[in-house]
Design a protein around this ligand. Structure first.
Ligand code: NAP
Length: 251
């Protein structure tokens, strides 16, 4: 697949690892100036280094997406450094505690909602006015298959990801006339550090088998869809939720 992001600036959150790193590398490969944002400064520096050694353009900014002031600063940084903002990937996310609803830790609930839902709102809250000023662009919000189906012991994650799908639809309707498209992606289980941090190897094997294709997805397979949605090739695609899940939700 070939895309043209020359002259475009993109913010990618959670860019120091997994899916966000893959999207950042691909956007840069296709010509975008990528502003990488993450809590993990060393992961982010590694990805930025890979991009610049390959001849691409990358800037980094530490930002906690669950803190509105950090996200506002991130958007200001991107615009000041590059002149305009066209593309936003609200990708940063965490797994959170595993427990049934009746025992779910309250602090864990708030943390997951803060990062996985409020962070996506803050991203759009501060970036959309700038994208409009630039004449339009595209936003991708990273939901999950758990934005459409449930998963035992992951209520906060499931609730946040369902909400991201709704938030995406509302924003898409509001900004369609301003030439900004807003879409959500629903990956199945993707082999990234997020899974390694939360699940043991035996559980990962079981989960891989829950996908009809019989394996976990790859970050690059999610990035291919994100790049399409961010590109001009997707000019009539907005307000939708797009699965990349090896058939998981077709069952
Ligand atoms: P990952 O490898 O853990 O990468 C996520 C990155 O986001 C990490 O560098 C993490 O830093 C960073 N981050 C976490 N909280 C942040 C915050 N508040 N502010 C800024 N950065 C923050 O995860 P991934 O698998 O690539 O997941 C990326 C997105 O895809 C998430 O939204 C996730 O929910 C979604 N997703 C993943 C899967 C999957 O199976 N992997 C499936 C569906 C959807 P730290 O390492 O320091 O926390």
């Amino acid at each position: 697949m070939q895309f043209d992001f020359n002259g475009k600036t993109a913010i990618v959150t959670g860019a120091g690892s997994g899916i966000g790193a893959a999207i950042s590398r691909d956007l840069a490969r296709f010509g975008a100036t990528v502003v990488l944002a993450d809590l993990d400064e060393s992961g982010m520096a590694t990805v930025a280094g890979e991009i610049t050694s390959a001849g691409g353009k990358a800037l980094t900014q530490r930002a906690d997406t669950s803190a509105a002031a950090d996200v506002e600063r991130l958007v200001t940084f991107a615009v000041e450094q590059t002149g305009a903002l066209h593309l936003l990937v609200n990708n940063a996310g965490i797994g959170g505690p595993a427990a049934p609803v009746g025992e779910y830790p309250l602090d864990g609930w708030h943390k997951v909602i803060d990062v996985n839902l409020n962070g996506v709102f803050y991203g759009m809250r501060y970036a959309l006015p700038e994208i409009v000023k630039a004449g339009g662009g595209s936003v991708v919000n990273m939901a999950s298959i758990l934005g459409t189906v449930g998963f035992a012991t992951a209520s906060a994650y499931v609730a946040a990801k369902h909400a991201v799908v709704g938030l995406t639809k509302a924003a898409a309707i509001e900004y369609a006339k301003s030439n900004v498209r807003v879409n959500a992606i629903g990956p199945g289980f993707i082999a990234t550090p997020l899974l390694d941090k939360n699940l043991d190897e035996a559980t990962l094997g079981v989960i891989a088998g829950m996908h009809p294709v019989g394996r976990l997805g790859k970050a690059e397979e999610v990035s291919a869809l994100a790049c399409f949605l961010l590109s001009e090739q997707a000019s009539f695609v907005t307000g939708s939720y797009h699965l990349v899940d090896g058939g998981y939700t077709a069952q």
